[in-house]
Design a binder for this molecule. Structure first.
Ligand code: ADP
Length: 642
């Protein structure tokens, strides 16, 4: 027997594992299964690729067994196997450079480190979380001898030729865990099944569990037990199978499994990338928004696998936040299995997969949009998509600058010109020849917005206004500033054109409405404007003669750089106590009888009443709550009874 000392890093790792790692112990089984699966992969490859191995015929399999009385758990494979030298190199040192670097980063703070290390995944050595002695029996493919590696996870391990009966008949590796008291919980059929289903269900090789089932006689008395072996994983990962072999039902069934629901998805997209990066993705668009879509602590819907081995389903970095409704799987061939979450976030490979996936999904959304005109079915599909996910996509407009172009063509709005949903691109097709801007109105609900006096002059001039009744519009759309589009120029070459987005409830959005009043009218209205201004005092920022009113006597607009009144109100409701008081600009219709009636009166109280009602009704019609409704009613009643 030869005793060997562990490499220093291994000792350190083992020390940490044994003394400070308590949570997430179960992952050791995932690690052992993954090693077994790798070993099977390697041998499978050799039997097809190298002559020396072609004579080996084997049915790849992984076997798990346990013995409660002997306190053992065994994981066995018939893969490539290891000889004495391999055992020394593989299970005495740490080859992965990542692990070394990771260990160097560890502090002396055991608690903090245990957390880190648990997420990191520590390969074979993690088995010492559940065992205080491990034996590995292994026979390398093409060799005769079986070797035994054994250790108690301290500073040393032994390697010897397997003692007599321990010889393996077939190539491969058997790992025997002598379970600790805490580890005993894994000597249980249901626990093992549960862990395997959770972490290794899609390992491409069959995993069998051998267990004893008690047998009872007619009187219900125990009469012995029978040993059974069941396959406990479902096998080939659906996302690794070729699209031709899969039916719609297969996709739907898998979706139901991962979405814990019974709804069919709205749409799915299955991709296999085989270039510089090798990975598969299977993404689903749900037919309903996930219930926690608007919670900060939503559960991410995309799972990460590395070579079919489950890594995490709790990483919000796998998708940008605005695509948090997507469900599915990313499986990379290039990532190391022992990748920690901290490291994941900066991982270049994953970043590339993520970027490509986002592009793929946005392209898929676009196809849904394009198909919408083709049939009623497709139209319904697209509308379901928009009703559920328009809002997160709008978040994307300010979260994902790189994909802004694609996103601005996916979001949809209501409009004064058409029924149903419309896009910026559609708006352009309806635009007047020389129209310079795209107009929109935000704040409040659709009904209020459609009735807003602010729209009157646009209607009269036949200028389309987009109705933006979603709370988020007020935040997102102003930050867009303009809509860009590639169009053929006069010389036929493509060029980027852009149209400014103008909110009609802002000063400065009326330039295309033309001069409604001549200078004379402005001069004539001046005394009235002054009277109103004086009466309202600091309730308004300014009072102006309006170009946008036709029927209504007054309206409010926000100064070009102020937040709108509706937005100020929303921010206040969201707990932004520090919001400064935003004052509106009051615009009045110089031709309206109420405004005209101010011309010839000097009655201060009457002027104050009319000015007050002009302002308050303009606020009310925009859905803004009055600060002093009683005062408004008093003024109104006085005017009505005069
Ligand atoms: P990793 O799997 O990340 O390389 P591990 O510590 O889990 O790290 O394993 C170290 C090495 O031991 C593996 O790279 C492999 O060469 C070898 N090994 C572990 N388990 C097996 C097995 N069941 N069959 C063959 N080789 C194995």
């Amino acid at each position: 027997m030869a005793q060997h000392q562990f490499q220093t890093e291994v000792s350190r790792l083992l020390h940490l594992i044994i003394h400070s790692l308590y949570s997430n112990r179960e992952i050791f089984l995932r690690e052992l299964i993954s090693n077994a699966s790798d070993a099977l992969d390697k041998l499978k490859y050799l039997t097809v690729a190298e002559d020396a191995y072609k004579s080996i015929s084997f049915e790849p399999r992984i076997d798990i067994a346990f013995n409660k009385d002997a306190k053992t758990l065994t994981v066995s494979d018939n893969g490539i196997g290891m000889n004495g030298t391999d055992l020394e190199e593989s299970l005495g040192t740490i080859a992965r450079s990542g692990t070394k670097a990771f260990l160097e980063k560890l502090s002396a703070d055991a608690k903090k480190d245990s957390n880190l290390i648990g997420q990191f995944g520590v390969g074979f050595y993690s088995a010492f979380m559940a065992a205080d002695r491990i034996e590995v029996l292994s026979r390398k493919a093409g060799e005769e001898k079986t070797w035994q590696w054994s250790s108690e996870g301290q500073d040393s391990y032994d390697i010897e030729e397997a003692p007599g009966t321990a010889d393996r008949k077939e190539q491969g590796t058997t790992v025997i865990l002598h379970l600790t008291e805490e580890g005993l919980e894994y000597a249980n059929r249901w626990t093992i099944e549960d862990i395997v289903k959770r972490y290794s269900n899609h390992v491409a090789f069959p995993i069998f569990l051998t267990y004893d089932e008690k047998e009872y006689d007619d009187k219900g008395k125990e009469k012995g037990s029978k040993t059974k072996t069941d396959r406990i994983n479902s096998g080939q990962a659906i996302w690794c199978r070729s699209k031709q072999d899969l039916k719609e039902e297969d996709y739907i069934e898998f979706y139901k499994g991962i979405s814990y629901g019974d709804d069919a998805p709205l749409h799915y997209v299955h991709t296999k990338a085989e270039g510089t990066l090798e990975y598969s993705t299977l993404f689903y668009i749900p037919s309903k928004a996930p219930f926690d879509m608007y919670n900060v602590d939503y559960k991410p819907g995309v799972k990460l696998y590395v070579k079919r081995v489950f890594i995490t389903d709790d990483d919000k970095e796998l998708m940008p936040p605005y695509l948090r409704f997507i469900r599915g799987v990313i499986d990379s061939e290039d990532l190391p299995l022992n990748v920690s979450r901290e490291i994941l976030q900066q991982n270049k490979i994953l970043m590339n997969i993520k970027n490509a996936s986002v592009k793929k999904l946005l392209g898929e959304f676009k196809s849904l949009a394009d198909a919408a005109s083709a049939s009623g079915e497709n139209k319904k599909k697209w509308e379901t998509f928009i009703v559920n996910f328009n809002r997160p996509l709008k978040e994307g407009l300010y979260q994902d600058y790189a994909n802004r172009e694609a996103l601005q063509d996916l979001v949809r709005f209501k409009s004064t010109a058409v029924e149903g949903w419309t896009s910026f691109a559609d708006y352009l097709t309806r635009m007047k020849g020389d129209q310079k801007n795209i107009y929109y109105i935000t704040g409040g609900d659709e009904k209020t917005l459609r009735a807003s006096p602010l729209l009157e002059a646009y209607k009269a001039k036949d200028l389309e206004v987009l109705i933006m009744d979603d709370e988020i519009d007020d935040i997102v759309i102003p930050s867009l500033h303009s809509y860009h589009r590639e169009l053929p120029g006069t010389d036929g070459k493509m060029e980027t054109k852009h149209w400014d987005l103008k909110a009609v409830n802002r000063a400065g959005a009326d330039e295309e409405l033309g001069e409604k009043q001549d200078k004379q009218a402005e001069k004539e209205a001046k005394p009235v404007i002054e009277k109103i201004k004086k009466a309202l005092g600091d309730r308004v920022k300014d009072v102006k003669l309006s170009r946008r009113l036709h029927d209504s006597p007054s309206c409010i607009v926000a100064d070009e750089n102020d937040p709108s009144m509706q937005m100020a109100q929303m921010l206040k409701a969201m707990g932004q106590a520090e919001m400064p008081d935003i004052k509106p600009i009051l615009e009045v219709n110089g031709e309206h009888p109420i405004v005209l009636s101010l011309k010839n009166t000097g009655d201060e109280e009457r002027i104050a009443d009319i000015a007050g009602v002009l302002l308050d009704q303009a606020l009310l019609v925009e859905g803004i709550k009055l600060k002093d409704p009683a005062n408004f009613v008093r003024r109104l009643n006085r005017l009505l009874s005069a």
